[in-house]
Design a protein around this ligand. Structure first.
Ligand SMILES: [Zn+2]
Length: 268
């Protein structure tokens, strides 16, 4: 299993980070992608990736952090991304639900990161809340300007309906299913997990956020990805092995991880 999206650098893990990573391994998690949300966390994520063979990182500015992001920060993000252990840019995107940064600034920082990703030929990890129309207005021309027509990135924690999922898939994106798929009320998410092509699906914890049903209200961690995998398998009426293998292969291919491993990653 691969947890395609966690935030291992966050303070929620300060007391027991190594134990959390060890528990994930015990549960059969082969790789964790730890995702940066600003410059400091992107640096911290890369440090973790440098210390653990089975952890890779990303570098990016989350829309919540867009307000405090300057041009120099974006250059630094791009510089971090030159490292072999950094497998994507993000998370980036638009959040018009919480609006913690002004919308115009969110758009500006998002577009700047997309431009860097195109130059660096890296996939992007996209966060979107209540802004899919605006997001697509930006993503469609961007996607059309690229040579590659698949593997552009992933819509993380996807919470839209199946029609919207199809649009993103056609555009060249994968869709990532979080632990919330196990919530009884998550009807759209369940439909997406059931109906979309398995070869376009990733699974993620978004730890420490969004724990699956049995752990609601508690801290989430990568070991719980097995609950999400089981939830998807149940929805599709197939075995968990098929789901874990497919989603792991998708993550390896999107983030081009085998190639990175060949280059001789630092190992602890
Ligand atoms: Zn996240």
């Amino acid at each position: 299993m691969i947890d395609s999206h966690a935030h291992l650098d966050m303070h929620e893990f300060d007391g027991d980070r190594e134990a959390v990573i060890a528990r994930a391994r015990t549960q059969g998690v082969s790789t964790i992608v730890t995702v940066g949300i600003d410059l400091a966390s992107s640096r911290a994520a890369l440090k973790l990736a440098g210390e653990h063979r089975d952890i890779f990182s990303t570098a990016g500015i989350h829309p919540h952090e867009a307000a405090s992001c300057g041009g120099k920060d974006l250059d630094e993000i791009a510089a971090l991304a030159a490292n072999d252990r950094v497998v994507a840019l993000g998370e980036m995107g638009l959040d018009f639900f919480r609006n913690r940064s002004p919308q115009t600034k969110q758009v500006e920082v998002f577009e700047a990161q997309l431009e860097k990703a195109a130059l660096l030929k890296l996939p992007v990890i996209i966060h979107c809340r209540q802004a899919h129309r605006e997001l697509l207005e930006i993503l469609v021309p961007w996607a059309n300007s690229l040579d590659r027509k698949s593997g552009l990135g992933v819509i993380h924690c996807f919470s839209g309906d199946t029609g919207l999922a199809r649009r993103y898939i056609e555009l060249g994106f994968m869709i990532s299913v979080p632990g919330a798929v196990t919530y009884p009320g998550a009807k759209d998410m369940a439909a997406v997990a059931r109906e979309m092509p398995l070869d376009k699906m990733l699974v993620e914890t978004d730890a420490p956020y969004l724990p699956p049903q049995p752990y609601r209200g508690k801290r989430n961690e990568p070991a719980y990805i097995s609950i999400t995998v089981a939830g998807v398998a149940r929805l599709r009426g197939i075995d968990t092995d098929t789901v874990s293998r497919a989603t792991a292969e998708n993550a390896l291919s999107l983030f081009r991880i085998p190639k990175k491993l060949e280059k001789g990653a630092p190992c602890r």
